[in-house]
Design a protein around this ligand. Structure first.
Ligand SMILES: Nc1nc2c(ncn2[C@@H]2O[C@H](COP(=O)(O)OP(=O)(O)OP(=O)(O)O)[C@@H](O)[C@H]2O)c(=O)[nH]1
Ligand SMILES: [Mg+2]
Length: 202
């Protein structure tokens, strides 16, 4: 029996901890010197919900600005997303809003997302008041959930992923959504072949 396939993405500015969140959730590991992602890759898991089995594919994306156009390719057919920012760098939350808008444009306004404020273990408490009021305003407006996490300690990571997964599965079942679409194949960046220059004239 084929399982229903669901595609999820993890988005956010470079270095906010997207790969680290996946590493903590799927392997319970943390790498202090995690390198920047260049080629998106995925992690898979199977979930049962109300007697039905789903195959979930989580795509990790590259946060650096120069890869933004490529990330848009990975949004296609996504049903949910974790939008990540670094609680110590307020500008990275602005980027979350941009990603949410882009996601809605490409996938549709019903896309389900959960916001993650990561690196809680490094939090500079003086930033807290200013940030949380801005963040809370947005959460209320978008009617979405937020989790403050630390990949280093593992705090709240499971809760953030599990909440997104449950919301997505509930949405899929409540709305009878057919999910046997491709969950996405790994794309490779190929070097562009230069056209051969024509010599002489006709
Ligand atoms: N202290 C602390 N460091 C973290 C945490 N999460 C990630 N890091 C570190 O932050 C750096 C960047 O983490 P990544 O997971 O590579 O970030 P990313 O968002 O995947 O970055 P790109 O692939 O460039 O988009 C790494 O050195 C991680 O070890 C956290 O919760 N606490
Ligand atoms: Mg990464």
């Amino acid at each position: 029996m084929s399982e229903d396939k669901l595609k999820l993405v993890i988005l956010g500015e470079g270095r906010v901890g997207k790969t680290s969140l996946l590493l903590r959730y799927f392997k319970n590991k943390f790498n202090e010197n995690e390198k920047s992602t260049i080629n998106p890759s995925f992690y898979e898991k199977t979930e049962n919900y109300n007697g039905k089995t789903y195959e979930l594919k989580f795509w990790d994306t590259a946060g650096q600005e120069k890869y933004n156009a490529l990330n848009a390719i990975y949004f296609q057919n996504a049903i949910g997303a974790l939008l990540v920012y670094d609680v110590n760098i307020p500008e990275t939350f602005e980027k979350v809003k941009d990603w949410a808008n882009t996601l809605k444009e490409i996938v549709g306004k019903n896309v389900i997302f959960v916001i993650v404020g990561n690196k809680l273990d490094l939090l500079d408490k003086s930033l807290l008041d200013k940030n949380t009021s801005l963040v809370n305003e947005y959460i209320k407006k978008e009617n979405c959930k937020i989790f403050y996490t630390s990949c280093k300690t593992g705090y709240n990571v499971e809760e953030a992923f599990d909440t997104l997964i449950k919301s997505v599965l509930k949405y899929v079942q409540d709305n009878n959504i057919v999910t046997n679409k491709r969950a996405g194949k790994k794309l490779e960046i190929r070097q562009q072949v230069q056209p051969v220059e024509k010599k002489g004239c006709c």
